[in-house]
Design a protein around this ligand. Structure first.
Ligand code: ME8
Length: 650
């Protein structure tokens, strides 16, 4: 094992001040996907997460809950561990800063700084943001408030120990400038240099006396150690820093420290300076990802607008939540979490693309070959070569994206193979091959290739969605075939053995109804506004409320031009005016009922907010309303008298 390359990845340690929200889960899910990916591709991995339990904020929260801090955090930490289990977070260690293994080491690190002259005693008179546990100068405030969270700062005036940050500032600047991989994404680097390093680093206050929930300064126990010095040290105390032959020697420096951009300053200025003072190497990369926002702003535990990841995972599966978080937002950028985008991803990517591929293929394997995987022909046709070519290059493409921490791109690469496999079904139309006994070998080849392609997808999917591949392997009859689940098995096509017995299981991801989900989750409006929601019975009777009806943007449209769509005897291409010089192109199945010239100048009812689609390759941006009777006749809707095009119908 010792010859394997190592990979050490960390998440921030979270404040157990409240239950975590889906934004905190985002960092941990991303770190878990990276850790799993590295394990899968042959690295010896150490993945650390944990909780940051000390400080004034936690002490105050505990007091207001009427609990001792230690009891208060225990309860939340238990919940956090349950959440990570629910989300399949496979960490190697979970550090709590209240543990003796951490506290003892931080105390000796602090003593060492003091003894070597990096820490001195003084008096702090200045501003402090307790929710962020951060010191600020007057100049840095934003309208008198904390520039990070926008909340009120407090004036504190107490005796304190200070760390000589300025002593290391030049060295840090040089490190940042000569190691472009140190701060990622690189766009965040200049912000740190220009806002914090260039204006000159002030010495940092590293102890507090006005509360006691922290690690006492070992030689002056009126003080507790500043919570960020305490917390940042976790990344090395958890590796038994200072002990010979331990994890520290094996894994430090960290390969990637994942954090949200909100705490970049602590991790790219304070943390490296604390390490420099210990004479230790700096992490290779600190990656500050973007925020997951709600439509109304940033989530935060204390704002109370969080979305509970436990609820989401419980209802939609942790794989679906993980997939959404990793796929939706290009890693590094901000993204918006909305139930609509979540459900859309589930329906499009998971139910339509992946789920359909698996269920269609297995249904055909059972129907045409009784579930016994046929022998493929030695002859590969063009579509076979295309599918195989894409499958064989996907592992590299995924690995390249992961090495650049483009997790969303890695999934996009994988989905090219999923989509190609669906296209392969459409190209080969196995249902037609099945009609001709002479095509039996060809049919067998097509089914074999599809099954092998699904196996490729499942192997690569595992780091992102750990449960779905298990179900796929079960359906493919290879649950106990470890070799076929390894990354190495993707180097060659055709590893799954003919004769393997496959059996279709339950659909991986059933399609969801967005409106029903919005009602069930009630995330889009405050509880008091939802009283008029239809009850279950009304819903079953197909009744909708006014608000649902009003989601349809219905208007008067005036037809300005109409012409046949080439090679179609049903479709007409129309241009309609929907007011204020706004024109839409619409493709409608009217050719059998109206001559194009009969339509010009008519005003009809029009749905303006349908998603555009292409019909016969022609873009259609809305729908004309028409009635059809049971004899198949069709009549366009009309408006009683001429009215301005674009008028709303309500
Ligand atoms: O800052 N979107 O802990 P914390 C994405 N204890 N990520 C988010 C997010 C959002 N809306 N909100 C939070 C602390 N995060 C310190 C860390 S480390 C030595 C000490 C994530 O509980 C993001 O990674 O406030 C952010 O950095 C972290 O949660 C903050 O968690």
């Amino acid at each position: 094992m010792a010859d394997k390359k190592t990979f050490y990845v960390t998440t921030p340690i979270y404040y157990p001040s409240n239950k975590l929200h889906v934004g905190n889960s985002y960092t941990t899910v991303a770190a878990d996907a990276m850790a799993r990916f590295k394990r899968l591709t042959g690295y010896r991995v150490w993945f650390l997460t944990g909780t940051d339990e000390h400080g004034q904020k936690i002490q105050r929260q505990a007091e207001s809950a009427g609990k001792k801090p230690a009891v208060f955090v225990d309860e939340i930490v238990a919940w956090i561990k349950k959440l990570w289990k629910e989300l399949d977070i496979q960490y190697d260690d979970f550090i709590r800063t209240s543990e003796p293994r951490h506290k003892d080491k931080v105390a000796s690190i602090f003593k060492r700084y003091y003894e070597q002259g990096d820490i001195y005693k003084g008096k702090y008179e200045g501003l402090y943001c307790t929710p962020c546990e951060a010191y600020w100068t007057e100049r840095q405030l934003d309208d008198g408030n904390c520039p990070d969270c926008g909340r009120k700062v407090e004036l504190i005036d107490e005796e304190a120990y200070f760390f000589k940050m300025s002593k290391y500032a030049d060295r840090l600047l040089e490190h940042i400038e000569t190691h472009p991989e140190f701060i990622q994404p690189s766009s965040r680097k200049n912000e740190m240099i220009n806002n914090f390093l260039k204006p000159g680093l002030e010495d940092l206050c590293v102890s507090r006396t006005s509360f006691d929930w922290g690690i006492p300064v070992p030689f002056d126990n009126k003080h507790v150690i500043y919570v960020w010095l305490d917390a940042l040290s976790n990344y090395i105390t958890a590796l038994d820093y200072g002990e010979e032959g331990g994890l520290y020697e094996e894994y430090w420096p960290a390969d990637v420290q994942l954090i949200g951009k909100d705490i970049l300053r602590f991790h790219t200025i304070y943390w490296p300076i604390f390490l420099m003072a210990l004479g230790e190497p700096l992490p290779k990369t600190v990656f500050g990802h973007g925020w997951l926002m709600l439509q109304e702003g940033k989530m935060s535990k204390s704002k109370g607008n969080a979305i509970d990841p436990m609820v989401l995972a419980g209802r939609y599966s942790s794989d679906a939540l993980r997939y959404f978080l990793l796929r939706e937002i290009p890693f590094g950028q901000d993204g918006v979490f909305s139930l609509e985008s979540f459900i859309t991803r589930i329906n499009n990517d998971l139910a339509n693309d992946l789920g359909n591929l698996v269920s269609r293929t297995l249904t055909m394997a059972e129907r045409y070959f009784d579930g016994v995987l046929p022998e493929p022909s030695a002859q590969a046709e063009a579509t076979d070569q295309e599918l195989r070519g894409i499958a064989l290059k996907t592992p590299d493409a995924v690995e390249t994206a992961m090495d650049q921490m483009k997790i969303s791109d890695a999934l996009a690469e994988l989905w090219l193979l999923v989509r190609q496999s669906n296209k392969y079904i459409d190209d080969n139309m196995p249902w037609n091959l099945a009609k001709d006994p002479a095509q039996n070998e060809r049919l067998g080849t097509v089914i074999y290739n599809l099954i092998e392609s699904i196996r490729f997808v499942a192997v690569m999917l595992k780091p992102y969605m750990p449960r779905t591949p298990e179900s796929i392997w079960e359906q493919l009859g290879i649950k106990s075939e470890q070799g076929l689940q390894q990354w190495e098995s993707l180097m060659k096509w055709g590893q799954i053995k003919p004769g393997t017995v496959v059996s279709r299981g339950e659909d991986l991801f059933p399609r969801l109804n967005l409106q029903a989900e919005i009602r069930a989750m009630r995330v889009d409006k405050p509880a008091e506004e939802v009283d008029d929601e239809p009850g279950q019975e009304e819903e079953q009777a197909g009744l909708i409320n006014l608000e649902q009806f009003q989601q349809v943007d219905m208007r008067v449209a005036e037809i300005e031009s109409a012409e046949p769509v080439p090679k179609s005897d049903k479709l007409l291409k129309l241009e309609v005016n929907i007011g204020e010089d706004n024109r839409r192109q619409v493709v409608a199945g009217l050719a059998g009922y109206y001559k194009p010239e009969e339509l010009i100048g008519r005003q009809v009812l029009f749905v303006a907010n349908l998603k555009p689609v292409k019909l016969r390759g022609v873009l259609s941006q809305g729908m004309l309303l028409a009635a059809t009777d049971k004899n198949g006749d069709l009549a366009l809707t009309a408006i009683d008298k001429k009215i301005a095009p674009g008028s709303r119908i309500s």
